[in-house]
Every structure is written in structure tokens, then in C-alpha cells.
Design a protein around this ligand. Structure first.
Ligand SMILES: Cc1cc2nc3c(=O)[nH]c(=O)nc-3n(C[C@H](O)[C@H](O)[C@H](O)COP(=O)(O)O)c2cc1C
Length: 410
């Protein structure tokens, strides 16, 4: 948990007295804590106690001008790696379920883009009340994470479900949430067996759209057909596939993890998020440039007869980035080169410049019918030289390439 930050929201219940112990435990693991108390929370523990234990100021008001000027409530909700609500009272859970934001705690809970873990604590009747149960269902559907409550004796003298989990159990749940998340890949049952069993492959596919204004964009003629076929062929050989696709014409294959993006920048981020991988096939036709400052409103003719001039900026080079030597580099990186002239020379040069292992080169010049068509004629350039494959269906190119990848990663 070293270096992580927890936004700790403290509701108004007796169990708030366990919060100081929880803060100690979290900090002992190297994580930072930002405490936030509700008005009721401050009746059970104090901002002073929590500030001292956290080693930083506790927050309790939305109307704190100094904090708004320095960090602001939105920032507070985003700076955290995880938001934890301890104790999560019936009232606070109800507010979360209904999206109410009438104080700092509930506003942060609505504004955050991070995972939220709640530790409910309440009287057994409050817990079993139909309204609470309805709110819990909503929260589970919203992806809120739960730790507890447990069965046991309550502060009010009754017995039943509603007792907050002990700080150690809450710490365990926090630890679990902060551990690197396994890649969101398919359940084992859906993964086929083959020479790529147990391997994770990233495939990028399709064009990217670089916005000019809200309605216009720069794109290219890539249909995504070849990348889609490659993802399907790798899946058929048993690979787990992260399929990162721009706005393509063809539907993504079934049985792969699909990540949809629009721009080159988003594609680069999606590739990074999908790592580590055993191999990467970068088949997307990524735009080389984007408009430096796309317009927030639709650009209009101004009657002068002069067209607007667009300033362009170079996009991130995803292939060169992923090919850089280092720990995160997949063992096999395959790039694509769509060329219109001197295909072999340009592709050979591209392989050297980008540092990828193989380049699949194709001639997309006018008249070949390759870009947007169903067939492809490729030359695969590797350390061993250039292999020219006869013109064949894109599916067949994909199967042959997947087989070659399988053998290389065996
Ligand atoms: C002594 C005392 C103990 C309370 N304990 C709880 C509790 O454990 N769980 C709960 O949901 N509400 C409990 N309440 C009621 C809440 O404090 C009340 O609903 C409050 O509005 C919750 O506000 P908050 O959720 O914004 O912190 C308790 C109230 C009192 C006076």
C-alpha cells in the first residue's frame, strides 16, 4: 500500500470510535489517509483526533474557502486511490444510493472517479429495513464495494447483522482493492486451448478519429477487418486477447476483451493499461497527427471565403513506445506498415526505426482494393528476412500470422 492515498469518510455512528485504530493500521502499511467527517461523524470522533493520527488536516465542511482555493472538493475526491466509508450509516448509504450531495462527504462520494468501499454499521432493524435493503441493492449495482457488516452484539444492546467489521478486516479489504487489479480478461471457461494457451496478446485495430470540432474529425479508410481477424485467430489458438479498437466498420470478435477508443491518445493509454502482455500486434491505422486545439464548438463559415487553417501536432507513436526495451515490453511486438510505394524498403526502414520484432507490410495503393477490402497481400519482415505471402483472404492472413506468433512465443 506504499504511496497510496485513502480518502476516509467517517459517518455518524458509534463505530466511528474504531476509525483512529483503522487510520493507524493504514498508515503503518505506508499509505496516506485524508479524513473527512460528516456532521454526525464529528459527534463520535473529532477532526482533531483524526488529523493528528492521519498527519494531515481532516475536512468536515464543503464551505471551507481555503481548502476550495487550494485543492477543492473535486480534487480531494480524485487525489485518492480508494474512497473508504467507515462507518457507513444507513443515512449515508441512502444518500449515496440516491446521489444526494448536500455536504462535503456526500459531494465527494458523488464526484469521485475512484472505487468506493463501504463498511456499514447500524442497528439490526435499520439493516433489515426494506428501504436500506433497497439502497444496498442499488449500491451493489452501482459497483460500490462492501466489507461487512458482521453479526454480533450491538452498542444498542440488540444482537444481529449490522455490526461494523473490525479495523483489521477493513484493512484487509483495502489491501485487496489496492493490490494490482488482475487484467479484465475473459473467464477461464471461455478461453480456448491451443498453442497460445496461457498467453496474453494485445491487438490494436481500426482507424482513430482525431477531432477537429464536435462534429468533424480526421480519420482514415481502415475498416478494422484485418485487426479483428487477427484477434479472432489468436483467440482460436487459446490466447487471452485485449482487443483495443478505434471506431471500426466491422464488429469486434466474440471471446476477446474489447476496449473501444476514439483517438490515438486514448489508444496509447489503453495499450498501457492492458500491459503486461506476451505479445502485441499493432494493426490499428493510428492517425499520425491530431489537430493541436480542437474547437469546443462547431466551426462555422465566416463569410470571408477564407477556409480555417488547422494546426497539427504529432500523435504518440504507440508502436515505437511499446517496442522500447524494458520490463513492460512484450516479448514479441508486431507492427503493420500500410504503404503506397516502395513497400519493402519503407517497411524495412519502419521496423528498424520503431524497434519492433516483425513488420507486416502491405501495399494499400489505389487499385489494390486492400484498405477496406476482404483480401490482403502481405510481406512479413523479421530478423530472418522478408517473407512474401500470396494474396489471400484477411481471415487466412490472420490465421497464418497467429500460427507464426504462436510458434514464436512457444
Ligand atoms: C448514539 C447514536 C448512535 C448512532 N449509531 C448509528 C449507527 O451505528 N448507524 C447508523 O446508521 N446510524 C446511527 N445513528 C444515527 C445517525 O447518527 C444519524 O442517522 C445521522 O443523521 C447520520 O448522519 P451521517 O450518515 O451523515 O453521518 C446513531 C445516532 C446516535 C445518536
Amino acid at each position: 500500500m506504499n504511496g497510496k492515498r485513502i480518502l476516509l469518510i467517517v459517518g455518524g455512528g458509534i463505530a466511528a470510535m474504531k476509525v483512529p485504530q483503522l487510520i493507524r493500521l493504514i498508515r503503518a502499511e505506508g499509505a496516506a489517509v485524508t479524513p473527512v467527517l460528516t456532521k454526525a461523524g464529528a459527534q463520535f470522533t473529532t477532526p482533531m483526533t483524526l488529523s493528528v493520527l492521519a498527519g494531515e488536516a481532516a475536512h468536515d465542511s464543503l464551505w471551507n474557502i481555503a481548502a476550495e482555493a487550494e485543492i477543492g472538493h473535486i480534487q480531494l475526491s480524485r487525489n485518492a486511490d480508494l474512497v473508504v466509508v467507515v462507518p457507513a450509516t444507513a443515512h449515508l448509504l441512502a444518500k449515496m444510493a440516491h446521489g444526494l450531495a448536500d455536504d462535503l462527504a456526500s459531494t465527494l462520494l458523488l464526484a469521485t472517479d475512484k472505487r468506493v468501499l463501504v463498511a456499514p454499521a447500524m442497528n439490526v432493524r435499520m439493516w433489515h429495513h426494506a428501504a436500506t435493503q433497497r439502497n444496498l441493492r442499488t449500491l451493489r449495482e452501482d459497483g460500490i464495494l462492501f466489507v461487512g457488516p458482521e453479526d454480533g452484539d450491538m452498542a444498542c444492546g440488540e444482537y444481529g447483522t449490522g455490526r461494523m467489521s473490525e479495523p483489521e478486516a477493513i484493512l484487509d479489504a483495502i489491501r485487496k482493492e489496492l493490490a494490482p487489479q488482475p487484467l479484465k480478461l475473459l473467464p477461464e471457461a471461455q478461453v480456448r486451448t491451443g498453442i497460445l494457451s496461457g498467453r496474453h496478446l494485445i491487438v490494436t485495430s481500426g482507424p482513430t478519429h482525431e477531432p477537429i470540432d464536435p462534429v468533424r474529425y480526421i480519420a482514415n479508410r481502415s475498416s478494422g477487418a484485418q485487426g479483428t481477424a487477427i484477434a479472432a485467430a489468436l483467440r482460436d489458438l487459446g490466447a487471452r486477447v485485449s482487443f483495443i479498437t478505434g471506431p471500426a466498420e466491422v464488429a469486434p470478435p466474440e471471446g476477446v476483451h474489447v476496449i473501444r477508443v476514439q483517438t490515438a491518445g486514448q489508444m496509447r493509454e489503453a495499450v498501457e493499461a492492458a500491459l503486461p502482455a506476451d505479445g502485441a500486434v499493432m494493426a490499428a491505422a493510428v492517425a499520425d497527427w491530431r489537430v493541436t486545439k480542437s474547437s469546443a464548438t462547431k466551426m462555422k463559415k465566416d463569410g470571408s471565403g477564407k477556409p480555417p487553417s488547422l494546426e497539427m501536432t504529432e500523435n504518440p507513436d504507440i508502436l515505437a513506445w511499446i517496442s522500447q526495451p524494458g520490463e513492460r515490453r512484450p516479448r514479441l511486438v508486431v507492427g503493420f506498415a500500410a504503404e503506397t510505394n516502395d513497400v519493402l524498403a519503407h517497411a524495412t526502414d519502419k521496423r528498424r526505426r520503431k524497434g519492433c520484432d516483425w513488420i507486416v507490410a502491405n501495399d494499400v495503393s489505389e487499385g489494390t482494393g486492400i484498405m477496406g477490402g476482404s483480401e490482403n497481400a502481405v510481406t512479413v519482415i523479421t530478423d530472418e528476412g522478408a517473407e512474401e505471402w500470396p494474396r489471400m483472404a484477411k481471415d487466412a492472413v490472420a490465421r497464418r500470422l497467429a500460427q507464426k506468433i504462436g510458434e514464436a512465443l512457444a
